[in-house]
Design a protein around this ligand. Structure first.
Ligand code: ADP
Length: 815
């Protein structure tokens, strides 16, 4: 747009400072005047041509403003009318004529007189300017329309008359006069002599106002809704009260509180609990019915009343009876039963529960839970089980404070509610599976629970009341001791339950599992006969476990099939034999490793312990020409890899005694593989097996097929003890192994192995690798190997003559 032309006009006029008000040109406005100086200025104006300069004060509170207290631009106005009001006040009607800058102040007393400088802008009527101005004008108009619609404060006739103004500068002034914004903003518009700039400034102000009004409107709608809802609820509640009183019924809450008080009388409660309940009832009485907080109090009270604060069952400690019950429920487990009876005897003598907590440790399915149940039955205590597996958060044990939404007591309190007495036997299952994270350490909460010195006042965060746990008999179970936090373990007396032999499993099935499942499935004893051979096959081909849980499951499955057959009336008795087993349970699920068919070079049988019992582990070693790389495959863990390296170093250091080329390590790559490759394996106990397989591969002497071994190896060739001997021996026996090599230090564990199995096996206790090799290798040799002996049936052979190098003799070859 081209620059407008500016013309300036100056005149001297009386000046009147305005408070909290802006007068724009072309508008007529009334206001009241009280200050003497202002009245004098008005009088002066009336004596001349009624013109006066109206300038807004920056701060309306200033009583006698100076030049700096007023804005720089005001409006030359014509006084249209004066009206005398009481107390010397005057009401003035003025009409704005034009804006003017305040120039020199000519006088300040008895009234202000100042120079008013008018600046007139005239645009040449070029098309471009006109279009731009018109666009701006329309934009301002539409914003103003929006403003009028939202604000609801401008009467429609005024709005209409404003909108019909053509002149842009005037339009801006009229709108500015009518909108509700503060004096500063209005002054900004007034101070702008250039009409185009004035419109632009106004537009910014208008748009902002529209935004604010929009938000205000939304808030209004929300508030209105809220108020409506509250009023409605209040009204309904009042109505309800009116109806209740009309019906002669007591107020709902009062009746409820009476009910709680009855409950409080009906049973014995500790004093502290009684006090707390009364306090909560007091709070409840003061709450409006149906309030959310009321529900929280009710839930809390219901919890308190559901707990066995003083309820007990009569405990019986009768050792004979306990023994009979344990025997009735469980086959075998002699040592375990013995330990339990001893424990109970001491309990009876000391007549207190303080002291160590029993912890039954063993693989899954060996009867830990069911022994706990039997103990509870023997002692006439209620039984509850609480699983600790996967608990990470202390709050799960101790509960959340009531301030949390949806808070509840912790598991201990929940278990007591379930028990219904305050002296149950509480089985803490899987205490080894508890872990801790950032939400706190559950183990330390457990410590407090188990500590006889502290647990008489166990505090749950939710209850906020002490609960006496000193009569609760705790019993824990775990699969392994390794992951139980040390301080917890220190408080426990561990009873190990090891895995069952096949023989024991057969007996448990015949005496307990089959009758139990027959009864559970509603059958009669005569309906189902399972052969012993069939049970053996279930054990061997359908389950692979240390305990009997899956065995019980498979028997249950046979019972279901039997029930079907009986109901369809095809038969009265179902007989399950080894040969008909597949019809009931489908094809075999497992096979067992059998001992090798023949003596082989580079293959030795090791023994492994797994959580589901023992297993055999065949270790294969192959040599290839190469540069001394050691390759290990079969998903081996770090410890096992290190054992293999230790075995290699041991063999290197003794190469001469074994009659192996001392530099074998530079000439061959050794590959060790342990099938089944997908199953992870780890642990140091395969050390001697790895060494044996390697020596066999290097010397070409086969390993006897009937020998299995387990033991850790040191660099000096000493053999160190291992764990899980019983399971390992059972696995070897099952696989048809005849001789088992194991560390001398494990000799003490042999007595855990059932007599009948011990009789069928030969045990070789070893302290060093020499004995291992002399027992395991198929050809007995002096330390200096006799080259001709036993080489014919070998698959590999190493020529150990120092004059002929192994390479040049082409001595190593796969057959
Ligand atoms: P765990 O708690 O050790 O995992 P369970 O107690 O759940 O094992 O035992 C699984 C099933 O096996 C139960 O039905 C239990 O009665 C039964 N059971 C285990 N051992 C024996 C046993 N020695 N005599 C009789 N039944 C047994």
């Amino acid at each position: 747009m081209s620059e407008p032309k500016k013309s300036i006009k100056k005149r001297v006029l009386p000046l009147l400072p305005l408070r909290g008000l802006t007068v724009f040109p072309y508008t007529t406005i009334p206001f009241e005047v009280g200050r003497v100086k202002s009245i004098k200025a008005l009088e002066e104006a009336m004596l001349n041509d009624q013109l006066i300069l109206l300038v807004t004060q920056k701060d309306a509170r200033v009583e006698s403003p100076g030049k700096n207290d007023i804005y720089k631009v005001g409006t030359i106005s014509k006084v249209r009318q004066l009206l005398q009001l009481p107390e010397d006040n005057i009401r003035v009607f003025v009409e704005g004529i034009s804006r003017a800058e305040v120039g020199e102040i000519i006088q300040t007393e008895p009234f202000f007189k100042a120079e008013a400088i008018e600046k007139l802008y005239t645009y040449n009527d070029s098309d471009e300017s006109a279009i731009e101005m018109e666009a701006l004008r329309r934009r301002v108009l539409s914003a103003f329309e929006e403003y009028v619609r939202l604000s609801n404060r401008i009467p429609p006739d005024i709005a209409l008359s404003v909108m019909s103004i053509e002149d842009p500068g005037r339009l801006a002034d009229d709108i500015a006069q009518n909108i509700m914004v503060n004096v500063n903003l209005k002054q900004e518009i007034l101070s702008e002599f250039n009409p185009k700039n004035r419109l632009e400034k106004l537009l910014v102000i208008l748009l902002r106002e529209v935004d604010i009004l929009e938000v205000e409107k939304n808030i209004n709608i929300k508030v209105r809704k809220q108020i409506d809802k509250m009023q409605r609820e209040y009204y309904l509640r009042e109505q309800l009260k009116a109806i209740q009183s009309e019906l002669g019924d007591k107020d709902g809450i009062t009746a409820e509180i009476e009910e709680y008080k009855e409950k409080l009388k009906a049973e014995k409660f500790p004093e502290e609990v009684e006090k707390k309940v009364l306090k909560e009832l007091d709070r409840l009485a003061k709450m409006p019915s149906g309030s959310a907080e009321g529900t929280v109090v009710r839930t809390y009270l219901d919890w308190i009343f559901s707990l066995p604060w003083c309820r007990k069952t009569e405990e019986v400690i009768d050792l004979e009876r306990a023994r009979a019950i344990l025997d009735e429920d469980h086959y075998g487990l002699e040592k375990v039963k013995e330990r339990i009876i001893e424990y109970l005897a001491i309990r009876k003598l000391k007549n207190t529960l303080k002291g160590p907590i029993l912890c039954l440790v063993g693989p899954p399915g060996v009867g830990k839970t069911s022994i706990a149940k039997s103990i509870a039955r023997a002692l006439n205590r209620n039984y509850v089980r609480m699983s600790l597996g996967g608990i990470k958060d202390e709050a799960e044990i101790r509960g959340h404070r009531r301030t949390y939404v949806g808070s509840m007591p912790g598991r201990i309190i929940a278990a007591l509610k379930q028990a219904g007495s305050n002296n149950p036997l509480l089985l803490l299952d899987e205490i080894d599976k508890m872990s801790s994270d950032f939400r706190g350490d559950p183990a330390s909460a457990m410590l407090e629970v188990l500590d006889g010195e502290q647990n008489f006042s166990f505090r749950d965060h939710y209850l906020e009341l002490p609960f006496d746990l000193s009569d609760v008999m705790f019993l824990t179970t775990a699969n392994t001791l390794e992951t139980i936090p040390r301080p917890l373990l220190d408080r426990m007396e561990v009873i190990q339950i090891s895995s069952y032999t096949d023989e024991e499993k057969v007996n448990i099935a015949a005496r307990h599992l089959v009758p139990k499942q027959i009864e559970f499935h509603g059958l009669k004893k005569s309906n189902l006969k399972i052969d012993e051979s069939a049970i053996r096959d279930i054990i061997n081909y359908y389950t692979r476990e240390a305990g009997v849980r899956n065995l019980e499951r498979e028997i249950a499955s046979i019972c279901r099939k039997t029930a079907c057959k009986l109901v369809s009336k095809k038969t009265k008795t179902v007989k399950v034999t080894s040969s008909s087993l597949e019809k009931f349970l489908g094809p075999h699920k497992y096979r067992y490793d059998k001992a090798n068919e023949k003596d082989e070079v580079g293959v030795a049988t090791g023994l492994a312990w797994t959580p589901v019992g023992g297993d055999t582990l065949s270790i294969e070693v192959t040599l290839m020409k190469g540069s001394g790389k050691l390759e290990l495959t079969g998903h081996l863990g770090d410890v096992m890899k290190e054992s293999a390296k230790a075995a290699v170093s041991f063999i290197r250091s003794k190469a001469q005694q074994f009659g192996i080329d001392e530099r074998f390590y530079d000439k061959y790559d050794i590959h060790i593989h342990v099938p089944e490759g997908a199953i992870p394996k780890d642990g140091p106990s395969a050390g001697i097996t790895l060494a044996t397989a390697m020596v066999s591969a290097l010397t070409g002497i086969p390993v006897k097929k009937s020998v299995a071994m387990t033991g850790e190896i040191t660099l000096r060739g000493r053999v160190l003890p291992i764990g899980g001997l019983k399971e390992k021996v059972l696995a070897a026996h099952r696989a048809g192994i005849k001789t088992i090599i194991f560390p001398l230090e494990n000799k003490k564990d042999v007595e855990d192995i059932p007599e009948n199995i011990r009789k069928q096996l030969k045990f070789v206790y070893v302290e060093n690798m020499e004995t291992v090799l002399n027992t395991a290798l198929a050809v007995k040799r002096e330390i200096h190997l006799d080259r001709s002996a036993g080489t014919e049936e070998k698959e590999f052979s190493i020529v150990l003559d120092s004059t002929v190098s192994a390479e040049s003799s082409n001595a190593i070859q796969t057959s």
